[in-house]
Write a protein that binds this ligand. Structure first.
Ligand SMILES: Cc1cc2nc3c(=O)[nH]c(=O)nc-3n(C[C@H](O)[C@H](O)[C@H](O)COP(=O)(O)OP(=O)(O)OC[C@H]3O[C@@H](n4cnc5c(N)ncnc54)[C@H](O)[C@@H]3O)c2cc1C
Length: 430
C-alpha cells in the first residue's frame, strides 16, 4: 500500500478532506493527486460567496430522509460558514474574509413576488427572521442601492472571501500536517484500492473522488456530473465616493431575484467582482482553457452590472475569467463512501461549493474513520444522483435550459411580471 487515503483533486473538497483527516489521525498516510496545481479548478477562481446555500431544496432533502434531517442539514450548512472562518483564522490564512451576509434585491414586481414566496417558504420550515428576512425598499437601499429596487431578502449566513487565497492557504496547512500533494499528476481512472495516474498506480485502502466539474474526464464517470461554466468580471478599485452611492458597507455579498444566477461581492481592495452563468455547455462535457473566456458573456455581465449600478458606467474592468462547476442530474450534491470498495466521493455542489466542500470534508473524515456522527446521518450522505443523458441529448437539454432562463429574464425586464417561460423551466433547474 502506498497510502491509507488517496484523494483525487486538490480543490476545496480534496483539501478539506485531507485537512480534517490529518487532524483527526496524524498517523494516516494521505496523498492528494492533482492534475494541475492545488486550487486550479473552481476553488481558486469562484465568486467567493461562502454561504449556507445548498443546491437542493429542503423539500428535496426531506424526500431523501425526513423533515428533521433536512433541517439538520440546513443547520449544518449555517454552521459551516463559521467553521470556514474559524479554520482560516486558526491556520493564519489571510483570505480577506468578511461575514456580512447576502442581500438579494427584488427589482421588479415579478422578483418581489419571488422574494416574498421564498420568505414564506422559509417560514413553513420554521426558519425565522434570524435566518432569512424580507427587507422593504428603505431597508434594502440602506444596504445596497441598486436601480429599480422594490425590496430584498437578507440572510446573515454568508461571508465574502478571496477564494484563491483560501485554497492556497489551505494547501499549505494540509502540507504542514504531513499530507503530500502531488501536483501535475493526472488520474486516468479510479478503481477499488487504486488510482491509475499517468505516471503509474497509487494504491490506497480509500480513494476519494474530489474532481467536481472535471469528473467526466475520469474513465467510467463520463455521465456522473456535467461541467457548466460560470464567468466573472472584476472592476478596478472603486473610490469611496462610488461606494457611498452603492453601499455594501459590511461587504455583504449580493444578487437579485432573476432566473439566471448573478452574484457579486465587494473585495477587500474595493473592487466589484460580478459573475453569472449563461456561457454555453460544450458537447461531450468538454473543458478547455479557451472556454474560460467568452467576450459576449463578459460584455453581458458588464451591461448587467451597469444596469444595476448606473454610477459604474465607464468603470474599467481589469480582470475577467471563468471556470467549470459541477452539476448532478438532480441538482443534489452528495458525499459518500462505499465500504465494500473503499471508493468515496463528494461533489455536485452546482454554484454552492465554497462552504459545502467544508461540510463534505468533515463528513468524509467521519466516514473514512468509521464514526457514526450527526454529520454522517445528514440526508445528502450516500445519495446517488442519476446519470446524465448520453450526448447529444445532454447538450441539447442543458443549452435549451440556459437559453430559456435568459429568455425568462428578458421577458420579465419588459413586462415586469412573472415570466411564463420561467414558471415552466424554474422547477426543472432549481
Ligand atoms: C466561476 C465560478 C464561480 C463560483 N462562485 C461560487 C461562489 O461564489 N460560492 C460558492 O459556494 N461556489 C461557487 N462556485 C462553485 C465552487 O467554486 C465549487 O463548487 C467548489 O470550488 C468545488 O470544489 P472542488 O474541490 O470540489 O472542485 P475543484 O475546485 O474544481 O477541484 C477539482 C480539482 O481536481 C483536479 N482534477 C480534475 N480531474 C483530475 C484528474 N483526473 N486527476 C487529478 N486531478 C484532477 C482539478 O485540477 C481541480 O484542481 C463557483 C464556481 C465557478 C467556476
Amino acid at each position: 500500500m502506498d497510502a491509507d487515503v488517496a484523494i483525487v483533486g486538490a480543490g476545496f473538497t480534496g483539501l478539506w478532506t485531507a485537512y480534517y483527516l490529518a487532524e483527526a489521525d496524524p498517523s494516516l498516510r494521505i496523498v492528494v493527486l492533482e492534475a494541475e496545481t492545488a486550487g486550479f479548478g473552481a476553488s481558486g477562481r469562484n465568486g467567493g460567496w461562502c454561504s449556507a446555500l445548498f443546491p437542493a431544496s429542503l423539500s428535496t432533502l426531506a424526500g431523501l430522509a425526513d423533515r428533521e434531517r433536512a433541517l439538520a442539514q440546513h443547520r449544518a450548512m449555517r454552521e459551516t460558514v463559521d467553521e470556514v472562518v474559524r479554520v482560516a483564522a486558526a491556520e493564519g490564512i489571510d483570505a480577506h474574509i468578511a461575514k456580512g451576509g447576502t442581500i438579494a434585491l427584488a427589482r421588479s414586481r415579478a422578483q418581489w413576488r419571488r422574494a416574498r414566496a421564498e420568505v414564506a417558504e422559509a417560514r413553513r420550515w420554521d426558519r425565522g427572521e434570524d435566518d432569512l428576512r424580507l427587507l422593504d425598499r428603505a431597508e434594502a437601499t440602506s444596504v445596497l442601492r441598486g436601480s429599480r429596487t422594490v425590496g430584498a431578502t437578507y440572510t446573515p449566513d454568508c461571508a465574502a472571501l478571496h477564494p484563491a487565497r483560501l485554497v492556497r492557504g489551505l494547501a499549505e496547512a494540509v502540507e504542514r500536517r504531513g499530507v503530500t500533494i502531488h501536483e501535475q499528476t493526472r488520474v486516468r481512472a479510479i478503481a477499488p484500492g487504486r488510482a491509475h495516474t499517468t505516471d503509474g498506480d497509487v494504491r490506497a485502502a480509500t480513494v476519494v473522488r474530489a474532481t467536481e466539474g472535471y469528473t467526466p474526464g475520469l474513465r467510467g464517470e463520463e455521465r456522473t456530473l456535467v461541467p457548466v461554466y460560470s464567468l466573472i468580471i472584476a472592476t478596478e478599485p472603486l473610490p469611496p465616493a462610488v461606494w457611498d452611492e452603492i453601499g455594501l458597507a459590511r461587504r455583504e455579498t449580493f444578487t437579485d431575484h432573476r432566473h439566471l444566477i448573478v452574484y457579486g461581492q465587494r473585495t477587500a481592495d474595493d473592487r466589484l467582482v460580478f459573475g453569472g452563468r449563461g456561457a454555453p455547455y460544450h458537447l461531450g462535457s468538454r473543458i478547455r482553457p479557451e472556454y474560460d473566456r467568452d467576450e459576449a458573456v463578459f460584455a453581458r455581465l458588464y451591461a448587467t452590472l451597469v444596469d444595476l449600478f448606473p454610477v459604474l458606467a465607464g468603470t474599467r474592468v481589469t480582470h475577467a475569467w471563468g471556470g467549470a462547476l459541477g452539476i448532478p442530474r438532480d441538482w443534489c450534491a452528495s458525499v459518500g463512501l462505499d465500504r465494500q470498495t473503499g471508493l468515496a466521493w463528494a461533489g455536485g455542489y452546482v454554484g454552492d461549493g465554497v462552504s459545502t466542500t467544508n461540510l463534505a470534508g468533515r463528513t468524509l473524515r467521519d466516514l473514512v474513520l468509521g464514526h457514526d456522527t450527526e454529520l454522517t446521518r445528514l440526508p445528502w450522505v450516500g445519495h446517488r444522483s442519476p446519470a446524465w443523458e448520453p450526448e447529444p441529448l445532454r447538450w441539447l437539454g442543458i443549452n435549451l435550459g440556459l437559453r430559456a432562463m435568459t429568455l425568462a429574464d428578458a421577458e420579465e425586464s419588459v413586462t415586469r411580471l412573472p415570466s411564463v417561460v420561467g414558471r415552466i423551466v424554474s422547477p426543472l433547474v432549481h
